[in-house]
Design a protein around this ligand. Structure first.
Ligand code: C2E
Ligand code: MG
Ligand code: MG
Ligand code: MG
Length: 273
């Protein structure tokens, strides 16, 4: 906002700005401790078949209960964690926790279904394949019950290392999907070369259903293209019945969103299963 005030004007730090800086410092300092203090936990959100509305899987979503600030959402703290090189360790905790939870559910007689885990770009700089393999071995979860969600920007990395890693992961037998698909539209031609199983259409497009015909056209094209490439399509952020009906009509395979179930604790999730 300093820019708006024009040249030559002295801009004092407002109380709000000071509070912001203070909170960022608290966040960064306490993030280093959060793992050992066991302040992280996971929520699980159902993925539902568009046709039958039966649950076909879930996504694990990271939560941080800060002792003073309370619940901090991933969009706030993950950028800090990445800047501080913490997402490799945190991501490993997420993966092992989600795999162990999914195995426990199977052992308790719930219908086996994949759990999806989000990956940070930082995790691709280490030995991700070995880490994933170790998680599967340690927890005893079969690879087909693990799905890895990578962002479109990871999928579009030109780096040969990233592509190589994706092929290694695929060879382990896990599923791979591209998250938040459609925001970097340049990606279409790359899809044919990547070892992926599905794409997840990003929420902003879904929000346009019934509102913006252009969003509806883009969704239709994305679904058709994905189908022709043999990929499954999941819609994110489905909040209304009208959105669900549109997506079903267009041939979308799965939906995820508040309309079908919010992210909840592992215990609450069992009641949905
Ligand atoms: P994402 O992977 O695209 O996850 C979907 C986000 O949309 C989640 O936000 C979910 O709570 C929210 N959501 C689901 N359905 C609806 C809906 O109907 N309406 C609206 N408005 N929102 C909905 P959340 O849990 O805050 O996570 C935000 C992002 O943080 C995730 O986006 C993912 O990119 C990242 N993230 C979360 N957990 C992890 C993790 O363990 N590792 C990494 N690397 N990233 C994570
Ligand atoms: Mg995701
Ligand atoms: Mg997403
Ligand atoms: Mg997202």
């Amino acid at each position: 906002d300093a820019k708006k005030k024009g040249k030559g004007q002295v801009v004092f730090c407002s109380e709000a700005m000071k509070k912001d800086v203070r909170e960022k410092m608290i966040l960064t300092n306490s993030l280093h401790r959060a793992l050992e203090r066991q302040e992280f936990y996971l929520h699980y959100q159902p993925k539902v078949a568009a046709e039958s509305l039966t649950m076909v899987g879930c996504e694990a979503l990271l939560r941080w209960e800060h002792p003073e600030l309370g619940l901090v959402l991933p969009e706030v703290f993950i950028p800090f964690a990445e800047q501080n090189g913490l997402m490799t360790a945190v991501g490993e905790w997420v993966l092992i926790t989600a795999c162990a939870q999914n195995k426990t559910w199977q052992d308790h007689g719930f219908k086996p279904m994949p759990v999806a885990v989000n990956l940070s770009v930082e995790q691709f700089r280490g030995d991700l394949t070995t880490m994933v393999q170790n998680c599967l071995t340690q927890t005893g979860l079969e690879p087909r019950y693990l799905e890895l969600e990578i962002t479109e920007s990871i999928a579009m990395e030109e780096s040969q290392d990233v592509i190589e890693t994706l092929h290694q992961l695929k060879a382990l037998g896990v599923r791979i999907s591209i998250d938040d698909f459609g925001t970097e539209f340049s990606s279409l031609s790359r899809l044919k070369d990547l070892p992926i199983d599905s794409i997840k259409i990003d929420r902003p497009f879904i929000r346009g259903i019934g509102v913006n015909p252009k969003d509806e056209s883009i969704i239709s094209v994305m679904i058709n293209l994905a189908k022709k490439l043999g990929l499954r399509v999941i819609a994110e952020g489905v909040e209304t019945e009208a959105q669900l009906i549109f997506l079903k009509e267009k041939g979308c395979d799965e939906v995820q969103g508040y309309y079908c179930g919010r992210p909840v604790s592992a215990v609450d999730f069992e009641a949905l299963k």
